[in-house]
Design a protein around this ligand. Structure first.
Ligand SMILES: [Zn+2]
Length: 404
């Protein structure tokens, strides 16, 4: 009965939830690693919101390599039993909007249409913040207390590796071994997928240096763009062939090796580029060592330096070896499966994905963590949106977890 009462209260809050989502996402918080302003303004706004409902609010700020303040917010709502905390971890930073031409609306002035709120960051990871915040608020507004403490951790820097976010918080004594951790930062359309394992990941910057010249006399220079492409395709081919294991618990089941960003080279068509810069994004099944993959890339680089008479620099922008997976039989996984079964009548399936989330930091610490939300896969895309229905229904699952 308690639960239905809380669910009703939550549904009454729908308009407030919509306003919250729109207001929060209007405050830009693009990760500075991608040229953004960072999380500070959004954090100030959110801190005010946390103070309205939490028994304790703490800020853990740090300063990044460019002198920018990087805030982290911790809100605690006391439970009947204060020995343990169920954590909901959301990140405040977003990726940039990308090509504005592809958006139907201003990405930083969110609009509501057909039950969806469109805007950069509304889903990733705005939905996590909104659904966890309103789960807690609905419990309190109904006059109840959660079974254990609810911890709301809204962190910085997830999109660029979490150095100033989750990684920074890990040694502060905030999280305890027997706490429960939910990271609503990826999921599928009906909420039937629970992420308990991640792949290792690496981002590499490849700089190929040749010799610039006029395009009509190529023999007087060395085409860095052409050499860079040949090298990239050789890497692509080699890695897919060598690291070809499949593990069906992962989606997708194989390691991925993608050539992604390309930096602008010359301004005019009749110049042969002397420098060429591209990037790789690798997501590798946990059974492989990410350092072996990187050594292979360096070896192929040596080979192509000789073959193409260029210099190839391989720089590691970011790398992480996969954390040990969360045990399927751990309390949080089993509780979440039960919640989804009771509230939605579906059997949720635990498995692995390629995207790194903050769950890895908890898993390395020996704290079982699940990544779960209900979401269309529109993260990082133009016209990103969150469904109001998903915010509400996910909040119900969080209420279930906190009350049982
Ligand atoms: Zn995210």
């Amino acid at each position: 009965m308690k639960m239905n009462e809380i669910f009703e209260k939550l549904e009454e809050m729908q308009q407030e939830l919509i306003n919250f989502t729109i207001e929060m996402n209007r405050i830009k918080a693009v990760n500075p690693a991608f040229g953004g302003e960072g999380e500070e303004k959004r954090a100030e706004w959110l801190e005010g919101k946390l103070k309205e409902i939490c028994d304790e609010v703490h800020r853990y700020d740090t300063v990044d390599e460019n002198g920018l303040k990087r805030p982290n917010l911790i809100g605690i709502i006391y439970g009947e039993n204060r020995e343990r905390t169920i954590w909901f971890i959301g990140h405040m930073d977003t990726v940039p909007e990308g090509d504005l031409e592809l958006w139907n609306h201003d990405p930083y002035d969110p609009i509501l249409k057909d039950g969806k709120i469109y805007g950069r960051g509304t889903l990733d990871d705005g939905q996590a913040i909104v659904s966890s915040y309103f789960a807690a608020k609905a419990i309190l507004s109904s006059g109840y207390r959660p079974k254990y403490n609810i911890g709301l951790a809204y962190v910085a820097d997830e999109e660029a590796g979490s150095r100033y976010g989750a990684a920074f918080l890990m040694d502060k004594g905030i999280f305890k071994q027997n706490d429960l951790v939910v990271v609503p930062d990826s999921g599928n359309e009906d909420g039937s997928f629970i992420e308990i394992a991640e792949k290792s990941a690496a981002w590499l910057k490849i700089t190929t240096i040749g010799k610039q010249t006029h395009a009509s006399i190529p023999h007087t220079g060395i085409n860095a763009h052409k050499a860079g492409m040949k090298f990239a395709l050789a890497v692509d081919e080699f890695l897919h062939r060598k690291y070809d294991a499949r593990d069906e618990t992962f989606e997708p089941p194989e390691s991925t090796f993608e050539i992604t960003k390309k930096e602008k080279n010359v301004d005019n068509i009749n110049t042969i580029p002397g420098t060429d810069i591209i990037y790789f994004d690798f997501r590798v099944l946990p059974q492989y060592n990410i350092d072996d993959v990187i050594s292979d890339v360096k070896e192929i680089a040596n080979e192509y330096e000789d073959k193409e008479r260029v210099k190839i620099n391989v720089d590691i922008v970011q790398k992480s070896q996969a954390a040990p997976p969360t045990d399927v039989n751990s309390e949080i996984v089993q509780k979440l499966i039960k919640a989804i079964k009771e509230l939605r009548g579906i059997e949720a399936r635990p498995g692995g994905v390629g995207g790194g989330t903050v769950a890895a930091f908890f898993r390395r610490m020996g704290v079982p963590a699940v990544v779960w939300m209900t979401a269309d896969e529109v993260e990082h895309q133009p016209n990103e949106f969150c469904r109001i229905k998903n915010c509400i229904e996910d909040a119900k699952v969080f209420i279930y977890l906190a009350m049982n």
